[in-house]
Ligand binder design. Sequence first.
Ligand code: HEM
Length: 403
Amino acid sequence: MPDTTPRPLPLARRCPLDPPEEYTSLRAECPVSPLALPDGNVGWLVSGFDEVAAALVDPAVSAKRKFQTNVSPVTLTPEEFVASGFGDSFIGMDAPEHTRYRKMLTGQFTVRRLKALAPRIEQIVTDHLDVLVEKGPPAELVRDFTQPVPSLVICELLGMPYADSAEFERNVDVMMRLERSKDELLGAMTAMGSYMHELVRTKRANPDDGLISGLIRDTPSDGVPLTDEELAGIGNLLMIAGYATTANMITMGTLALLTHREQWDALRADPALVENGVEEILRYLSVAPFGLPRTAKEDTEIGGQRIRAGDPIVLSIEAANRDPGTFEDPDSFDVTRKRQRHVGFAYGAHQCLGQQLARLELGIVFGELVRRLPQLRLTVPLEDVPMRDDMQIYGAHELPVTW
Ligand code: HEM
């Protein structure tokens, strides 16, 4: 008999690099299991690959988030949210509203823009590694590398001055904490809202090659130009979705490679393996301990389980990407693994818009890291690395290293 007691998120993790152990039995015995929500309601926790994949494309499943999965009791009223100027995020919208934004953004994430960004990313990575090499070991890699690099890449993408990155890193950090006061949350969101509105005004007056200017310049297919409010919402979504995820994926990838030395050595020996290694990092590791939130908008069935309209649903991409029914030997980290479809970027209507940028960035980062610091190693055991168990986006707070 499977244990169907509603589980609260996050489940306890034994190894910092692995999904919580409980997923192993849940996935095998009850891949769509009852989920205990902090407000006392019960939803569904989906942990099997096929079930997550089905839910991602189920038209009865809405991307609207009508519940909270984290333990923080702090939420803003709709009025406070609007007053913050942070702007709506289309990640939580459904068609046709979502389709409008998605089309406009897809038109900005072009091969041309990625090609133009590549040398800038290489420069950012090289500059940071130069400083590390010059200062010499030891170092703290999150502060000096894994966090500033993706933050400056977002600046390049949106057309923001580098000098503004530290403030937005601090504000995103406050937003991502599980425990923060209402004032702290409101303060961070208001700061991001005003910053983005100001950036939009600047780009309207002085357009550049960045994405915000691109969105202002290109008339949407419906002929209705985006308002400052909408542009601010898009800018802030890109900061949140594109910075904290990538920074922590770089941190986690580094941690996984350093604790699986033979994998680090394989990348060192054959730089052509990096692209494949990045795909394995994206499958093996996850920065989303709270999964992808969804709500059933009609009665439906996922993996044979009846779900009623209005039920909250959480799709655990970290559990799905370790499903032994889909991946051979899923818990082994193998940079030579044959590339296979995973759900690290989800798929369906909301699949990650920045996935090609993230792949490009991770490829440059890991290619250069193993080349420039081949002797890199942790100065503390894996169990002493301070993990981000207190954050909505998982990763490590610090990576103490030497070489
Ligand atoms: C390794 C880094 C990244 C990971 C693991 C990641 C993962 C994801 C996932 C799982 C989703 C789906 C969310 C859902 O369905 O609820 C998503 C959506 C999204 N991501 Fe990423 N992402 C990464 C990097 C980026 C970057 C660099 C950007 C852009 C700068 C970006 C922008 C977005 C946007 C805008 C969405 C919402 C798409 C939509 O709703 O249509 N992401 N990402």
